[in-house]
Design a protein around this ligand. Structure first.
Ligand code: ATP
Length: 252
């Protein structure tokens, strides 16, 4: 039997920030290994280092120590240009609030980064955006400004933008944090479908319903991964129940 390949492999990751005049370590040697096609959720108390871990393993923020391999590249050895290339070619990012430009229609926002990077022709970029926006149910909103759409529609646009370059992994930091439960469910349907088609997901969340969609939940406490939960039940309520129980046990 072949061993599944780790798409992302982080070992011994340490990260400090200067806080109140001293250097405080917030990640204390974290290991995280994610297989291609996996959906991993990260949960933990506020301040436990979840977002810091996400930024460290995606090369958004340099680490103080440790290795981070993504798709065969050691991110910690890359310079600024190399990291920017790796981010553009391999990764997509979805944040709590997408940072779309206010005075541009949704479609232009979605194609903007690919246009600046001269990926494909304008017709190819538009076709890709149409495919993604249709799928996300926002194609008919393509000419609307970002101020004229709902939070859920904006987040769908943010996901479309993240998908323009067909990333192998999507990093999500509270992707449903600003949404009501219906919109959150729709966003998670979209992300789960993408995952079912092979896109790897690493998502930081406080929401048990979001975490319950994952194959595996990793729990962080005080800058360390302290526990994990494999979710192989088919039934959604069973999965939610399993995550809820573990969250209570760990007092997260
Ligand atoms: N840029 C920074 N400068 C200084 N301290 C930081 C910085 N970023 C994070 N920290 C600190 O690192 C610790 C971990 O923060 P992080 O945002 O990773 O936690 P989190 O688990 O994602 O929290 P939350 O669930 O509240 O978003 C916190 O104590 C935070 O104050």
């Amino acid at each position: 039997m072949s061993t599944p390949t780790a798409l992302l492999s982080a070992t011994g990751v340490r990260k400090s920030f200067p806080i109140d005049g001293s250097n405080i370590e917030v990640l204390h040697g974290v290991d995280l290994h994610i297989t291609e096609g996996e959906f991993v959720a990260v949960m933990g108390p506020s301040g436990s280092g979840k977002s810091t871990l996400l930024y460290a393993v995606s090369g958004m923020d340099p680490v103080d120590a440790g290795d981070v391999h993504l798709a065969g590249t050691e991110l910690t050895t890359l310079d600024g240009d190399g990291l920017a290339d790796a981010r553009r070619e391999l990764m997509g990012f979805v944040f709590q609030q997408p940072t779309l430009l206010k005075d541009l229609p949704l479609l232009d926002n979605i194609v903007l980064t690919s246009a600046l990077d001269k990926v494909g022709t304008p017709a190819e970029r538009r076709a890709r955006a149409e495919e993604l926006m249709t799928r996300a149910g926002i194609w008919e909103l393509r000419d609307r400004m970002t101020s004229q759409v709902s939070g859920g529609q904006l987040q769908r646009a943010g996901i479309c933008r993240a998908l323009m370059r067909r990333p192998r992994i999507i990093f999500g930091d509270e992707p449903t944090g600003a949404l009501n439960s219906t919109a959150a469910g729709e966003i998670m349907d979209l992300l789960s479908d993408l995952n079912a088609e092979g896109t790897t997901l690493l998502v930081v969340t406080h929401d048990v319903r979001v975490a319950a969609r994952a194959h595996r939940v990793v729990f962080m406490v005080d800058g360390q991964v302290t526990d994990e939960l494999l979710l192989d039940a088919d039934d959604e309520e069973t999965r939610v129940d399993l995550v809820t129980r573990r969250v209570r046990e760990l007092r997260i």
